[in-house]
Design a protein around this ligand. Sequence first.
Ligand code: UFG
Length: 327
Amino acid sequence: MAKILVTGGAGYIGSHMAEMLGEVGHKVVVLDNLKSGKANAVLSAELIVADLANQAYLDAVFAQYKFDAVMHFAGLIQVGESVIYPDKYYQNNVAAGLNLLNVVKKFAVKNFIFSSTAAVYGEPKYVPIDTKHALFPVNPYGKSKLMFEQILADYGNAFGLRSICLRYFNAAGADPLARIGENHNPETHLIPLVLRAACSEDGSIKVFGNDYNTSDGSCVRDYIHVVDLCSAHLLALDALLSGAKSNVYNLGNGKGYTVFEVIKAAEKVTGRSIKFEIHGRRAGDPAVLVADAERTIKELNWQPQYPDLETIIKHAWQWEKKRFANE
Ligand code: UFG
């Protein structure tokens, strides 16, 4: 059993992670400011409501728990918003993260897992994208995540902090028991929006662009089940706790689906017809993002359990139905 701090553990991915860590027997403390996270998404871990900007408070938490590892999920995630308010992104994703790292250093925590993103690659030069691909993020969100990866590497060299950065492609799906799931406000992600369109009589999904150079003209993305993301984090944690060196891995299934394929799969899963409207391209969207995660599979011994798009959508659908029933 290890003592793990999960920052952002009341958010979408962090809440699934906190639960999985508890299930395998770790002591889990979630730290979340609840600005976008939800207290009721923390199913069984201990929840501390605090902001990473409050360094004195972080000191007290670290002194009390003596963590073996930190998993850092807290951060802002909207690409479009990051272009309008870069200050918010550098403040939250870099400066607040640095506060956390200073406490990590002070209390000599040596293992750190960071929630990074495919956005660090920018416009792909080739697909599938492996971790050797050039790093040219094209928006402040991706830049803030890359800066933090670089800070971690420097802390590793100077202070012996070992870190694993996990670059997510498109996280989707929900807890298979529908206890927790995706709940952003505003929601900008394709699968929850498609499912909401399926729920409403007159709702429709906007398709951002049908003139890309892809099989049907819409963008291609690599959707990865949130449970599979979390299982990779668990393997990364085991690796670090057994002395593995710092590393960077991609998390994706290596298979892309167009927006129209996602809509079709959602129609099959929900048994409803889903209306769509064609809109112009969304600024900053690459045509195709697909991961090469072969190294993750080999080195971490990662085996995604739910690579199938319909299963990903089915779990998201079970969660959406439950959420709407409770609203
Ligand atoms: N899309 C639509 N209509 C919508 C929403 C999305 O057509 O209403 C399209 C987008 O244009 C894109 C695809 O559906 O082609 C997926 O869009 P999402 O917003 O669900 O996800 P992104 O690929 O934009 O973003 C994901 C992560 C980000 C990360 C980014 C890396 O959610 O955190 O990949 O590029 F930064």
